[in-house]
Design a protein around this ligand. Sequence first.
Ligand code: URA
Length: 435
Amino acid sequence: MTERHDAVDVIRVKRDGGTLSDDQIDWVVDAYTRGVVADEQMSSLAMAILQRGMSRAEIARWTAAMIATGERLDFSGLGRPTADKHSTGGVGDKITLPLAPLVAVYGVAVPQLSGRGLGHTGGTLDKLESIPGWRAALSNEEMHAQLREVGPVICAAGSGLAPADKKLYALRDVTGTVEAIPLIASSIMSKKIAEGTGVLVLDVKVGSGAFMKDIDQARELAETMVNLGADAGVRTSALLTDMSTPLGYAIGNGNEVKESLDVLAGGGPADVVELTVALAKEMLAGAGITDADPAEALRDGRAMDMWRRMIAAQGGDVDAEMPEAPHVEEVRADRDGVLTRVDALGFGVAAWRLGAGRARKEDPVQVSAGVMLHKTLGETVKAGDVIATLHTETESRMPRGLAALDEACGGDGAIAIGDGPVERRIVLDRVESAI
Ligand code: URA
């Protein structure tokens, strides 16, 4: 087949700071997915995009071209509104677990297509797979049936959704081009738009444990994604939320399921509850429900009942106990004071090295590996108090897990004890679409 463009011409346009035409974008995304544009050509284009940026129109076209490489799901026949949440990834971020059933309490279907952890950020599917019997892979028919009959579904995205993104994301990962805002935004939004949700709430993380280290970058990413959603007719809003400190006390897989169950039982850490309720209100408002009190549905057991139905529908044993790791080390306070730093990146890397995360996509993760904080930012400690325990199924991983805490923050360490007080805001800002 004769190709209508040449990859080198397309690369040159962006390299020199020009604007790609709609047809160039359609072609290059499709040709890359077909294997006609080579990896080295696409990586060069991705680098040019990282350095030169893209206009709003270019990003919208790029996103549409990625969607066009695969299938689109359609939930219009469900007879209920649909709402989904996407987090840009963080440490201890288990919010999807209580959030999906909580929102479904109000009659909203929640098609939550989730991912696995890579690097120091955890993945929702890895966490849920700690529950014996639970299945992440559902067919489109099974997903539809669960949305209709139960309400919430958390499952893996099928391989048919935006296949261009799968290929491009893997390439960006190894070519230093993950951080390009147009590419992050189009990657996330191509999957979310193809998934067919009516309402989308983005949780854009800011801080050491997030992709976006400062609020201005995070706001730019949020605005780009919200505009893409609006252009595609999806009611989209974003919360910018703190990821300089882990969310909650549990970082790992099985321990994060346990902490989520505490939240669903009406307790749990205050920051996890605050963010779960804030995101639930945002999703419900998008679906036209403005008089709900999601905190009440956590306290009165309705969200827990919905969780049990959701997990059971996917084969999970809702009463299973999470296993304990055989190797545990304690980290203690060396002085009296207030915790003025509990660094998300340092603790995320520690949990990852202990076995909670994976180095390569195909690696298994450990159910009981991770970190349990006993104290967090702003709490008072006495010298000798246990601040954190590190857990692993593989003893030889422990020294590197402990070292991650010392190496954090340029060698200053993941933990600092000072005189306080420390103020922490969870929701830093909100960005809304014009439609
Ligand atoms: N998550 C995605 O799905 N894509 C990105 O590019 C970054 C985070």
